[in-house]
Design a protein around this ligand. Sequence first.
Ligand SMILES: Cc1ncc(COP(=O)(O)O)c(C=O)c1O
Length: 440
Amino acid sequence: MRRRKRQAGKPGSPPAGIKGRIKGAVPGRRNRSGAAVRKGMRKVEQLAIFGGTPVRETPVHYGKQYIDEEDIRAVSEVLRDGDLTCGPMIDAAERKLCEVTGAKYAVLVSNGTAALHLAALAAGFGEGDEVIVSSITFAASANCILYCGAKPVFADIDPETYNIDPKSVERLITPRTKGIVAVDFTGQAVEHKALQDICRKHGLRLIEDAAHAIGTRYGGRAVGSIADMTCFSFHPVKTITSGEGGAVTTNDPKLWARLRRLRAHGITRNREEMVHPTDALWYNEQVELGYNYRMTDIQAALLLSQFKKLDRFAARRREIVKKYDEAFSHMPEIALQREIPESDTVRHLYILRLKPERLTCGRRQFFDALGAENICSQVHYLPVYWHSYYEKLGYEKGLCPNAEKYYEEAMSLPLYYSLTDSDVDCVIRAVRKIVSYYRR
Ligand SMILES: Cc1ncc(COP(=O)(O)O)c(C=O)c1O
């Protein structure tokens, strides 16, 4: 039987490394088969973590890219006779991103973190500024503020949508506040109306971190055309990929020009931007400190090819989300993520949130039990300020109670285009099995 390595060990014993930590959670008799065990008055199926039969023999990964022959051909063509960088694929993929998002301008960069860094610089964040950011997100959403010398200020999340709570944002505004980095967590659009009202009232820049949200719409408008700047990631776990890759979209021509210049070392060929303009054709001038954050044409060719499949990818993700929602909405032990009516979401992550008052296990035990059933999950995310680096900067636990509670209860289930119906059924069966076992 092909089981995941960490599950090997004495039959009937928990996987290596978690012994002891699950000690208090072994109320049934251990049993090597999948046969039912008695828990109080109920008969429940024995969990694989305690020696029962897993719901399947091979693992279901939690996220995976989908690459087809068309993608391989597109990349091969560039390798055979294209420009490897600064070539036509970049312009073509930028035009395509504008078409998909409805934004006027797009700047492709090497990854989503670079996109956030450039957007934060173009927004003018710097020393002495405070920038409000979601607390439940990947660290890069806040790191981009630190890169500019500004201070991240963490806003709490809405306890049901898990997105940044505009009421929490409002409470954190000071005379130093310069902007907001709001994350479309799991792909669901942030509450633009409320955030834009705050930005207008206080003269703030809004950067939308849409690393999860390509294809999502808010109030009928595609994400990418709404905030001052929107940042995307094309990492392989995202809905479409270029290997590594990112982009910033904007409707502002000045921001666009600045982003393009910062992407390429701060060097300009535009005489109007030069301090020492000449008419020499070879002349270019570095007018500020920029970076090499360029995407290659190899990556852009892959991205263009992936764009052709975006609608298909989005439709399949929606189908899977619907199946999960239907299965879990009948289970009082699980809370579903609330969708705001304005967001037509292409979901990047599916969050399974446990209700601790209904279960005798914690998230850690549930996560490990799911792994033993051969269903891989992940946790998105540790509240950013809980990272030890942020702790060293002086951030303390307790800042954002909703985010901290969410973190203790949440995990992400497998969600990607190539997940089959049978894979989805296995995930649902495993969740039901574990819930039945630990039900109060
Ligand atoms: C919310 C969020 N922001 C930013 C990033 C950074 O993107 P990248 O990995 O492309 O640098 C990620 C990546 O996982 C992310 O999930």
